[in-house]
Design a protein around this ligand. Structure first.
Ligand code: NI
Length: 170
């Protein structure tokens, strides 16, 4: 496995539409392994292929909502959001826009249909941060960034105030 360079906002690759993955070969497996390593090293919860310069429909999302607290990566090839419900609004960030967060509304629950690294179709559901990451990463495949969905980038004071309020409500 190897770390890949994460493209930053402003790179035109990030605004491009990605093509479907058609070859489920060793090259794809290497890409997915590298994406997971790169995401984990950057403390992210999701990474899309275009963020490492590959215009193909492949993403990895870190599932963190596990009862035992054991996180694991989910690989989604040619993902499609097939069901959503509820709503959540909270600070969202992106490894291509490091250190910046904006308030973004997303569904609270999301079901995705995708293929695994060998081409087998499956469905996976996510809540909370995982649902947010599914939406965020699928947006990347259409060339869209979270910054298109928020009013403004939160100031440090706004972020602190948000988390202070969250702590109070728990
Ligand atoms: Ni992102």
């Amino acid at each position: 496995m190897a770390l890949r360079n994460i493209l930053k906002q402003g790179d035109e690759t990030l605004s491009k539409h990605c093509r479907p993955v058609t070859d489920f070969n060793a090259r794809l497996h290497q890409l997915l392994d590298d994406m997971t390593e790169t995401m984990l090293q950057a403390n992210g919860v999701g990474l899309a292929a275009p963020q490492v310069g590959v215009l193909r429909r492949a993403v990895v999302v870190l599932e963190t909502n596990t009862p035992e607290g054991e996180e694991y990566p989910i690989e989604l090839i040619n993902p499609q959001i097939v069901e959503t419900s509820g709503e959540q609004e909270g600070p969202e960030g992106c490894l291509s826009v490091p250190g910046s967060f904006g308030m973004v509304k997303r569904p609270a629950h999301v079901k995705v249909r995708a293929q695994d690294r060998d081409g087998n179709f499956f469905e996976v559901e996510g809540d909370g941060l995982t649902a947010r990451a599914f939406c965020h990463e699928c947006d990347h495949l259409e060339g869209h960034m979270f910054t298109e969905l928020c009013d403004h980038i939160l100031t440090d004071e706004e972020l602190e105030a948000y988390y202070a309020q969250e702590d109070d409500s728990q």
